[in-house]
Design a protein around this ligand. Structure first.
Ligand code: COA
Length: 184
């Protein structure tokens, strides 16, 4: 397994991974999540061109999982991390997240953040195992507030959602992002 930045030719596969990774939500009565469209190709391509889309690939170089991230409130925000169910529970998700932490540390981003469902076993409880803690409402920066508002508008608040954060030790102070790496 190796992590590399996404290529343009990977992008349709990332959509397939997203759809397959959504299927297990059906068993929890969250069919709307399973039925949600994957990120459009042009959005995935924006992340790719910004250097903020990574894949974990198998021995044949085919992506098995992916992660896209945005700089938000001085942290690296995980917009999406998904692993194909056929490759699940082999540490690929945590490897992608650790890779992002390394990327973020080099750019002096002080933490990783994400939003997720609080009661889905492979969401908040999983991230808690990886060292993320749930943020209180009074701890959210403007960027995370905006993301939560957009999610609510998209109907995601039918189930309890939380913001979570994992500090990055020794990240230094102040983000150092190149022009292309900045948020669109
Ligand atoms: C979240 C996700 C990326 C984890 O990827 P992964 O490569 O399977 O994760 P890892 O191998 O690093 O960790 C496995 C752990 O995840 C949790 N987990 C993964 N799948 C699970 C499942 N079906 N049921 C319960 N827990 C699960 C468990 O804590 C598991 O540990 P265990 O195997 O020791 O019980 C993957 O489950 C996924 O793509 N889910 C669907 C998309 C999604 O919800 N993304 C997050 C949106 S915020």
């Amino acid at each position: 397994m190796r992590i590399r930045t996404a290529r343009r030719s990977d992008l349709p596969l990332l959509q397939d991974i997203e759809c397959a990774a959504g299927e297990p939500f059906r068993a929890l009565g969250m069919s709307a999540i399973a039925d949600d469209d994957p990120p459009p190709l042009d959005l995935l391509d924006d992340y790719r061109r910004s250097g903020r889309a990574w894949v974990v690939a198998g021995p044949d170089d085919r992506p098995l999982g992916y992660l896209i991230a945005d700089p938000v409130d001085g942290a690296a925000h995980i917009e999406q991390v998904s692993v194909h169910p056929s490759a699940a529970r082999r540490g690929l998700g945590s490897t992608l997240i650790d890779h992002l932490a390394g990327w973020a540390r080099e750019r002096h981003l002080g933490a990783l953040t994400l939003t997720t469902f609080s009661h889905v076993p492979w969401n908040a409880p999983y991230y808690a195992r990886l060292g993320f803690r749930t943020l209180g409402d009074d701890e959210l920066g403007d960027g995370l507030r905006k993301i939560r508002a957009e999610e609510a508008e998209h109907g995601l608040d039918r189930w309890p959602r939380v913001c979570m954060r994992r500090e990055i030790p020794d990240a230094g102070t102040g983000p150092h992002l190149s022009g292309t790496e900045r948020r669109r």
